[in-house]
Design a protein around this ligand. Structure first.
Ligand code: SAH
Length: 272
C-alpha cells in the first residue's frame, strides 16, 4: 500500500466473488486460495450444496482458511449482491438471449473506472459445477464474462475460473496503481460523475415496479410474458443507471400508477 491514498486504492476490496450452489467443498477452498493469492477477500456463497467448512475446503484453501471462515452464506443471489453496483456473471457457454459480453481482460481493465465512485462494488458471480448459472441468474447481471477457452472443451473447473478472473483483476489493479495518477482516468464515463451508481437492490426494486405498472397498463401479461422483462432488464442494465436517474424512473412509474388509479372506474361507480 502506498502512503498517498489513490482513487483506485480500494479497487480489490470492492470485488466480491459469489459462488452459487457449489457442490464440492474443495472448490470453495480452491476459490478462497485463488482469491487470497490475488488479494481479494470478499467471498459470498449462495445456497451451497455442501458443507463449506468441510475438511476438503480447508485442505484446498491451504493458507486461505480465513476466507472460508469469513464467507457469508445467503439463500438467494439477491441478498449476496444487493449492495453491488456492477454484477457480472461468469458463463462457460452462450445463452439464448444475447447479453452484453466482455472478455476477462476488458472487464478488468474497466474496473479502475467502474469501481472509483463511492459505494461502487463489483460482484463476480459463478455457477454450479454441473449446470452453471440459470437464465434468471444471468438476467440479473449487467454483463456476462466468458473465459476464452477451447470451444470443444470450454468449461473450466470452478476454482480455476475464479483464479483466471481474479488474476485479471489484480493485473488491472497493478497497472492502474503503476500508471501516473490521472484524475480523469479514475472517473466512470471519463468525467467526474454527479451521482453514485444505482445498486443491484435499487435495480431489482425498479424492475419489480416496472413489471407491476406494465401489468396494470395491460402492456405486459405475466401469464404470457414472452421475453419482455428479460429484454427490459437487458436495456436498463446496459445503461448503468445512476441513483438520480433511478429516482426519476421510479417517479415516472409512480405518477403513472397514480394516473391509472385516478382514471380507473371505481367499483361503486360501476354499480351506479
Ligand atoms: N457445466 C456448466 C459449467 C460449470 S463450471 C455449464 O455448462 O454451464 C462452474 C462455473 O465456472 C460456471 O458456472 C462459470 O461460472 C465458471 N466457468 C467455467 N468455465 C468458464 C468459462 N470458460 N468462462 C467463464 N466462466 C466459466
Amino acid at each position: 500500500m502506498s502512503d498517498t491514498p489513490r482513487p483506485d486504492s480500494a479497487m480489490l476490496d470492492r470485488i466480491r466473488i459469489v459462488l452459487i450452489g457449489t457442490s464440492h467443498p474443495g472448490n470453495i477452498g480452491g476459490a478462497a486460495r485463488a482469491m487470497r493469492n490475488m488479494g481479494l477477500d470478499d467471498l459470498a456463497l449462495v445456497a451451497p450444496r455442501c458443507d463449506p467448512k468441510d475438511r476438503e475446503a480447508y485442505s484446498r484453501a491451504s493458507g486461505a482458511n480465513a476466507l472460508v471462515d469469513a464467507a457469508r452464506v445467503h439463500d438467494q443471489l439477491e441478498a449476496a449482491v444487493a449492495d453491488c453496483t456492477l454484477v457480472v456473471g461468469a458463463s462457460a457457454r452462450s445463452r439464448h438471449l444475447p447479453w452484453p459480453m466482455v472478455s476477462p481482460r476488458a472487464l478488468a481493465e474497466n474496473l479502475p473506472q467502474a469501481l472509483a465512485p463511492d459505494g461502487a462494488r463489483l460482484a463476480l458471480v459463478f455457477g454450479r459445477e454441473d449446470t452453471g448459472l440459470t437464465n434468471a441468474e444471468l438476467q440479473r447481471c449487467h454483463q456476462h464474462v466468458h473465459i476464452p477457452t477451447n470451444p470443444d472443451f470450454s468449461s473450466l473447473n470452478l476454482a480455476a475460473a475464479v483464479q483466471v478472473l481474479a488474476y485479471e483483476c489484480r493485473q488491472a489493479w497493478l497497472t492502474a496503481s503503476d500508471s501516473a495518477a490521472d484524475d480523469d482516468a479514475a472517473q466512470p464515463f471519463g468525467v467526474a460523475w454527479d451521482n453514485p451508481p444505482a445498486s443491484h437492490a435499487d435495480m431489482e426494486r425498479f424492475f419489480a415496479h416496472l413489471e407491476r405498472t406494465l401489468t396494470t397498463l395491460a402492456f405486459h401479461d405475466p401469464d404470457n410474458p414472452r421475453q419482455l422483462m428479460a429484454r427490459l432488464r437487458r436495456l436498463f442494465l446496459r445503461a448503468h443507471l445512476d441513483s438520480m436517474e433511478m429516482n426519476i424512473l421510479r417517479g415516472i412509474l409512480g405518477t403513472m400508477d397514480k394516473r391509472l388509479r385516478d382514471t380507473a372506474p371505481s367499483p361503486r361507480r360501476d354499480g351506479e
